[in-house]
Design a protein around this ligand. Sequence first.
Ligand code: NAD
Length: 312
Amino acid sequence: MARVPYKVAVIGTGRVGATFAYTMAIVPGIAKMVLVDVVPGLSKGVMEDIKHAAAVFRRSIEVEAYDDVSKVENADAIVITAGKPRKADMSRRDLAKVNAKIIADIGDKLRDRNPGALYMVITNPVDAMAMILADVIGNKGKVIGSGTSLDTFRFRSAVSELLKVPIAAVDGYVVGEHGEEAFVAWSTVTIKGAHIDEYMKTHNIELKHEDIENYVKEVAAAIIAKQGATIWGPAATFQEIVVSFLANEDKVIPVSSIQEIEGVGRVAISVPTLMSGEIRPLPQLLSPEERERLKRAAQAIKNVYETAKEAL
Ligand code: NAD
């Protein structure tokens, strides 16, 4: 398989960061990677291990590893997972202040060394953290948060299982906040090209929208309670976003990007977004009611952002 000829930096090589780096090295076969973690030596260990995996799959890859984020230069894409994770009984919003400082400091060190890079924030609460990073990066790069991309793949997985249809037959998006104010944009949900409600009627399937929505909202905490963190779903999701952007694959994935939301103002929020060398939000794919509901999510994100800013 051809290599994706770009340099991708991963800041924070804990559970999600290291797994994302592995996925990037193996699935698309990225050409160059830079790994950074504040824990001395951790990123070097991850680097060696990933190089061995790449050797098995005959993926040529150059990897650098550092304890200091200032060493990252001329990256095409920078994925930031650095910071504190939540415990099962915590909301993502509880991490706002502690992670805001980490994100702002990292952004400050990367901004002038990586002109024009795509920055994708993973660290929670991800929408507010994308806003904090965007404040620091300004026009020197493009900033997104992973937003409801992961919720969207969780949703599709649940629908596929509950309706007993192949995963490739399920389409549709979860939008809003990555957290309490995430919601399924039901107008976008199709099974084998038919709207989900139509499909369920034709096939005599009775399933409440609410039950699927609750699954999507609660599954992350359930995974954290069982294995300490969500790892594999996030890593694969973030790989899909970065590769679509770098390799101009034109995939539409909901990510969190800075938008003007009527009545709320500037906020990083997820709507279906074309990822292809540019970041083009497509709110027009949502129904008028869904666009209205976005306002509630936008206000919630803005409140978390205001709290996060108090720490800076
Ligand atoms: P983790 O504790 O395993 O890894 C975080 C890593 O960041 C650690 O290795 C830590 O040493 C490192 N780190 C901390 N400060 C740093 C700094 N200033 N510079 C470089 N490295 C630094 O946590 P995890 O389970 O990998 O989760 C990481 C973050 O991602 C958490 O905030 C978690 O909530 C979030 N997350 C988000 C999503 C999403 O969909 N957006 C999904 C999963 C996890």
